[in-house]
Design a binder for this molecule. Structure first.
Ligand code: UDP
Length: 239
C-alpha cells in the first residue's frame, strides 16, 4: 500500500453545503458518510488531513445581517453552525474507524478542544484527522479565510477546496453552458477576473505565502485521493 504522495499534509476545505446533500438545508447523514469515506481514502495512504468546515447549510452571517441583524452577532451564529457541522463530520469519521479531534476557534471545552496550533500539528503527526471549527473565531471573516490561515499555520502543502463543480471556470458553469474550465490559473488572475474560488482575503493570504489551492468536485468519488497522488484533477491556483 505504498503510494508516492504529491501532498503529505492537506487542508481540506468543505463548505457547509457539502454536508447538505440535496436537502436544501441542514445535514444529510448519507452525504456526511460519503464525505467521511472520501477522507478515509487519503488517511489510509498516509496523508495528514486537517479539515475546515463551513456553516452555510445552517446559517450565514451576511444573509442575516442584510435582513437587519447586527453583523457581528449574525457571524457568531454562523461560527456556531460550523461547530454543529464539525461534530457531525467527526462522528461519521469515527464510525469508520478514524481517529479525530475537533478544535474550535471559540472555546467550548465540553465538546471540542480549543485551537492550539502545536497541538493540532501533533495530532496530525499521530495520524488523527483534525477538524477546525468556528472559522477564525472572528466576525467579518469566512471559513475560506480560516482555511487559508490554518493551512499556513500547520504547514499544509495544499488547500483542497471541495465544490459542486469540476474546478474554476470562466463563468458559473451551472448558469452558463459556454463556461470553460481552467486547468491552472494564477492567484492574481483569480482576483482580477473576480472568479468565485474563495473570497479575496483567502486568495490574498494564499498568494502572499505561495500556498497552492486545488479546486475540485467533491461529489466525484476518488477525486481527493487522485489529487494527493498527483493526478490532474480540477483546477490548481498558484503563482
Ligand atoms: N464566520 C465568521 N468568521 C469566520 C468564519 C465564519 O464570522 O472566521 C461566519 C460567517 O457568518 C459565515 C458563517 O460563519 O457566513 C458560515 O461560514 P461560511 O459562510 O464561510 O461557510 P460555507 O459557505 O463554507 O458553508
Amino acid at each position: 500500500q505504498r503510494h508516492k504522495l504529491k501532498y503529505k499534509r492537506v487542508l481540506l476545505k468543505l463548505s457547509g453545503e457539502a454536508l447538505m446533500g440535496d436537502k436544501g438545508y441542514g445535514i444529510d447523514p448519507t452525504t456526511v458518510e460519503y464525505m467521511a469515506n472520501e477522507i478515509k481514502k487519503i488517511v489510509d495512504i498516509g496523508v495528514e488531513v486537517a479539515i475546515v468546515i463551513g456553516g452555510g447549510n445552517i446559517f450565514r452571517g451576511v444573509e442575516a445581517s442584510v435582513k437587519g441583524m447586527e453583523r457581528a452577532s449574525a457571524d457568531y451564529m454562523g461560527m456556531l453552525a460550523t461547530v454543529i457541522n464539525a461534530l457531525a463530520l467527526q462522528n461519521a469519521l469515527e464510525r469508520i474507524g478514524l481517529q479525530t479531534r475537533v478544535q474550535s476557534a471559540i472555546e467550548m471545552r465540553e465538546l471540542a478542544e480549543t485551537y492550539i496550533r502545536r497541538r493540532a500539528i501533533r495530532h496530525l503527526e499521530k495520524g488523527r484527522v483534525v477538524i477546525f471549527a468556528a472559522g477564525t473565531g472572528n466576525p467579518y471573516f469566512t471559513t475560506d479565510t480560516a482555511a487559508a490561515l490554518r493551512a499556513m499555520e500547520i504547514g499544509a502543502n495544499v488547500i483542497c477546496k471541495g465544490t459542486k463543480v469540476d474546478g474554476v471556470y470562466t463563468a458559473d458553469p451551472v448558469k452558463d453552458p459556454t463556461a470553460k474550465k481552467f486547468d491552472e490559473i494564477s492567484y492574481i488572475d483569480v482576483l482580477k477576473k473576480n472568479l468565485k474560488v474563495m473570497d479575496s482575503t483567502a486568495i490574498t493570504l494564499c498568494m502572499d505565502n505561495n500556498l497552492p489551492i486545488v479546486v475540485f468536485n467533491i461529489k466525484k468519488a476518488d477525486n481527493i485521493k487522485n489529487i494527493v497522488v498527483g493526478k490532474k484533477v480540477g483546477t490548481i491556483v498558484k503563482g
